[in-house]
Design a protein around this ligand. Structure first.
Ligand code: HEC
Ligand code: HEC
Ligand code: HEC
Ligand code: HEC
Length: 470
């Protein structure tokens, strides 16, 4: 795939050191770790660092993992801060740029930049997060590109020998955001009929814009600069570049899907029995729509309803790891047994050519809307009694299919144990920091049906726009 170096993490040792050493022998790139050592001799087991030259710039790369990880017997992890300090001392006279590949999570990366200066770029992992843009602390950039091959982080650096990132660069990023806001306001003003007030406002904005642009140019000239992008593994994004990575990931996901098809099916999960002696199970949206048409009509337009669409695009619609948050009742009492119906239904409804196409739907709003509409129209017509796919009423309101001990259906209101309120916690089960980094129950504008900056088509994901409980 064109790799040059690999920074080891603790799970790489899951099958033992011997296995890892065999892989290393086959690999055509370096396996790095500066703080994984032999416990007796304290000598490094892997290369502690490498130096590469790119267009006349010398780059030194080292790698550390969290010192608290426990590795197989005979292997020891040295303190990551002390080791990094040593590496920086050793490398700084030899190279122009120092890169640390860390495997310890963002919080510890931040701590490391505070304790050790001289690292220009820190590429982190382990906590499965991704940062849309690097976090800059003093003159160190921290990057994280997420897990499971969702993104490739691309960082272009513009480097003058002897200088580093401008430690005031953080304000540049803020200023750039301000600039974008000004542009947005300007275009709004331009759409209005011109009167004196509008003309004056426009002039004022143009002046602010000019000042900011000047300031930005000055700041950029002061230190090295960069451009960063997280590229989703999307064929279009690769353009004419190396498609092998994309193809390999696509093939991997395909073979994973065929294994998963077997994995999702399992024994039916028994309904929960309440103190009143009733049995509560997932009823799914078809049932709710009978009595709550108004809520159903809002829900079916939301991305929650069609949350299987982006999974299908990635050929991950049968992956239990994804389904858990993109469906209802998975591995829960009264939840679903198998998704045997799903594959052929989706193939027919969405069209096989989209399966595994890896298109980033957010970047293709027309296709996104078209597929979601097709999907919702199809489920409305489908003869399913129950369909567990998509984020549904009962993800937020808890399962509400109630039967008495004899199996007779009861109205859900008779069951006193059902939660009456939807609280932030209901959302946070799925909107975790790693899956939904922008999510903030109080502040996420999308929740209120308002459109965040730069997004064109956000909608309130449910009917209850005004009544969200704290
Ligand atoms: C047979 C009709 C019927 C069905 C089916 C039905 N509901 Fe209800 N639901 C009601 C009635 C009646 C109320 C009480 C309305 C009121 O108090 O204004 C209610 C109230 C609610 C409430 C607000 C009060 C509470 O208990 O939290 C929620 C939420 C709710 N239903 C969700 C659902 C969901 C989810 C489904 C599908 C699993 C569903 N309902 C299916 C009739 C139904
Ligand atoms: C079962 C998991 C789950 C729960 C519970 C859940 N969500 Fe979501 N939510 C998702 C998924 C998955 C998506 C992305 C769907 C897609 O893009 O296809 C999403 C998307 C969204 C969006 C973006 C919608 C858009 O049009 O851009 C918002 C806003 C949102 N959820 C808010 C909430 C709120 C508020 C709650 C709690 C009241 C909540 N969600 C509960 C899984 C969940
Ligand atoms: C912990 C719950 C959770 C898990 C597990 C999860 N997702 Fe999601 N996913 C979400 C939420 C929540 C959103 C909405 C994010 C937002 O808009 O803030 C989302 C959004 C998405 C989107 C963006 C939709 C779009 O195109 O705009 C894609 C794609 C996606 N998920 C794919 C996956 C895949 C593939 C997996 C399995 C490898 C997965 N998800 C596992 C909760 C989850
Ligand atoms: C993303 C989470 C979410 C989903 C999905 C969802 N709801 Fe709600 N629902 C809420 C919240 C939040 C409230 C606000 C009231 C509260 O605090 O419980 C609410 C309120 C309600 C109410 C009370 C009356 C009202 O409109 O405020 C009913 C009835 C209801 N929902 C039914 C449904 C049905 C039926 C579906 C599926 C078609 C559904 N909900 C899907 C989150 C959700």
């Amino acid at each position: 795939m064109g790799f040059q170096v690999l920074g080891l993490g603790e799970t790489d040792f899951a099958l033992g050191l011997d296995f890892l050493l065999k892989l290393k022998a086959k690999a055509q790139f370096s396996f790095l770790s500066s703080n994984i050592v032999d416990s007796k001799t304290e000598k490094p087991i892997f290369e502690p660092y490498v130096v590469r030259e790119v267009r006349g710039i010398k780059i030194g790369i080292f790698s550390v993992i969290d010192s608290s990880f426990v590795l197989p017997e005979g292997i020891k992890v040295l303190d990551s801060v002390a080791t990094s300090q040593k590496m920086v001392q050793e490398l700084s006279s030899k190279v122009d740029v120092i890169i640390a590949l860390t495997h310890q999570g963002l919080a510890k990366d931040v701590e490391l930049t505070q304790k050790v200066s001289g690292i220009d770029i820190m590429i982190g992992g382990h906590d499965k997060q991704h940062l849309d843009q690097p976090t800059q602390i003093k003159s160190t950039l921290i990057l994280e590109s997420g897990d499971q091959g969702k993104y490739v982080g691309v960082l272009n650096i513009f480097w003058k020998k002897g200088s580093h990132f401008n430690s005031e660069m953080e304000t540049v990023v803020l200023d750039q955001a301000k600039l974008a806001q000004i542009d947005e306001k300007l275009s709004q003003l331009r759409a209005m009929t011109k009167d004196d007030l509008v003309a004056r406002q426009e002039q004022e904005l143009l002046r602010q814009k000019w000042d900011l642009e000047q300031k930005l140019e000055l700041m950029k000239a002061k230190g090295n600069s960069y451009q960063h992008e997280l590229v989703a593994l999307d064929l279009e994004a690769f353009g004419d570049g190396d498609k092998r990575v994309f193809k390999a990931v696509q093939a991997f996901k395909k073979s994973l899907a065929s294994i998963q098809k077997k994995g999702v099916a399992g024994p039916s999960l028994e309904p929960r029995v309440t103190q009143q002696g009733n049995r509560v199970e997932v009823a799914t949206y078809k049932k709710c729509s009978v009595c709550h048409k108004e809520q159903y009509d809002v829900w079916k337009e939301s991305k929650h309803a069609s949350a299987v669409v982006p999974l299908y695009i990635r050929n991950q619609h049968l992956n239990p790891e994804c389904i858990v948050c993109h469906s209802v009742g998975f591995h829960e009492p009264g939840g679903f047994k198998d998704l045997g119906y799903l594959e052929s239904f989706l193939d027919k409804t969405l069209g096989k050519k989209h399966k595994g196409s890896m298109v980033e739907l957010r970047d293709h709003p027309e296709l996104d809307q078209k597929l979601r509409r097709q999907y919702v129209e199809a489920i409305e017509k489908a003869p399913f009694k129950k369909d567990f796919i998509g984020v549904q009423c009962e993800n937020c309101h808890s399962p509400r299919g109630v039967k008495d001990a004899l199996g007779q259906e009861l109205p859900h209101q008779v069951e006193t144990e059902l939660p009456k309120k939807v609280v932030a916690q209901s959302c946070l089960k799925c909107h975790t920091p790693s899956q939904s980094p922008a999510f903030n129950f109080e502040k996420d504008l999308r929740i209120l049906g308002q459109r965040p900056l730069g997004e064109k088509d956000a909608k309130a994901p449910f009917h209850c726009k005004v009544k969200v409980a704290p």
